[in-house]
Ligand binder design. Structure first.
Ligand code: SAM
Length: 316
């Protein structure tokens, strides 16, 4: 599948099947860096794609058609953005680093199918994106991956599938089972809203510069509306964060502190679900946090802490 009509000037960008081309991703990405005198910024997770095959690896499971609107986080030098524009109806591409504006323009050549948003995706009004995104495909920077996946699952119900590259450690957290070392806030949220369809390891050699850690491709599919949590996300957020807020504490003590409950109220809440009084948050299945939220807020006993924000960072 090639996209001869795409305005991008480089063969390597137009190949959605990832087959090798005369001037592939390596040349495009490295040439852009050289041409514009760009040194990749480690703090922004700038590890650019330089392997032709990776486009097919991302676009295959994405199953993107001309009616789809793709959200991409971290456009970088635009190589994935260009490939997405070759198959989608429209691409919303976010990039926080304004110094990449010129190389991005050189790669995308004013493609009318691409809307560039030069801002931090975690501060963006995602609900206002027009047209509304239906898919998400990204080579996600490390610091953004967890919060972005959770926030977009909550705030962009129109996104039905994610095909994202993340650090292997993040992929493990997404798929972790209760009781395992990596199970936490990210696992609970993602498993309440999505099905993990695939996790595939990626070679470090597909990136420039090569990262010091391994990466994985993760495919997520949003669960149908009838299987999503029935309680209000703010209540769920309060319970999940309260429960995992103090990992060394028992669930009773963590909920008592996090939800401003007396110890007796927290104990009654936990034991009402048939859980032992000394259970810890990491033992609960995702659905049990929903049950806790439903019961905690039903009688008006629990309080949602003011200005509650996602606090996934310290749990990674
Ligand atoms: N898509 C490009 C590719 O695959 O070659 C670049 C991917 S690179 C791993 C991640 C990109 O995300 C970088 O260009 C970085 O500047 C950008 N980025 C980092 N934090 C961001 C944020 N909060 N919002 C939007 N973009 C961000």
């Amino acid at each position: 599948m090639t996209h001869a009509g795409s305005p991008h000037g480089t063969e390597g960008l137009n190949r959605a099947d990832g087959s090798p081309s005369a001037s592939g991703l390596r040349q495009v990405s490295l040439a852009r860096l050289r041409e514009f005198g760009i040194t990749p910024k480690r703090d922004l997770g700038q590890n650019f794609l330089i392997d032709d095959n990776i486009l097919g690896v991302i676009l295959g499971p994405l199953e993107c058609g001309p009616e789809d609107i793709v959200l991409e986080v971290g456009a970088g030098l635009g190589v994935l953005t260009g490939a997405l524009a070759g198959v989608a109806g429209h691409v919303h591409a976010f990039e926080v680093d304004k110094s990449l504006a010129a190389p991005l323009a050189a790669t995308l050549r004013g493609d009318p199918k691409v809307g560039l948003h030069f801002q931090d995706v975690l501060k963006a009004p995602l609900e206002q994106l027009d047209p509304v995104p239906t898919l998400c495909a990204s080579n996600l920077p490390y610091s953004v991956a967890g919060p972005f996946i959770i926030e977009s699952l909550l705030r962009l119900p129109s996104v039905r599938r994610y095909c994202v590259m993340v650090q292997r450690e993040v992929a493990e957290r997404l798929a972790a089972a209760p009781g395992s070392k990596t199970y936490g806030v990210l696992s609970v949220w993602v498993q309440l809203y999505a099905r993990i369809v695939r996790v595939r390891p990626l070679s470090r050699s597909i990136f420039y510069p090569q990262p010091h850690v391994d990466s994985s491709l993760v495919v997520l599919e949003r669960l149908p509306a009838e299987r999503l949590p029935s309680c209000h996300p703010a209540q769920l957020r309060a319970v999940i964060q309260g429960a995992f807020g103090q990992r060394r504490k028992t669930l009773v003590n963590a909920l008592s502190a996090g939800l401003e409950l007396t110890r007796e109220q927290a104990l009654a809440l936990v034991t009402s679900l048939g859980l032992p009084a000394n259970v810890r948050a990491e033992r609960l299945a995702p659905g049990q946090f929903v049950a806790l939220a439903e019961r905690a807020f039903a009688g008006g006993a629990a309080a949602i802490p003011a200005n509650l924000k996602l606090r996934v960072d310290r749990l990674f």
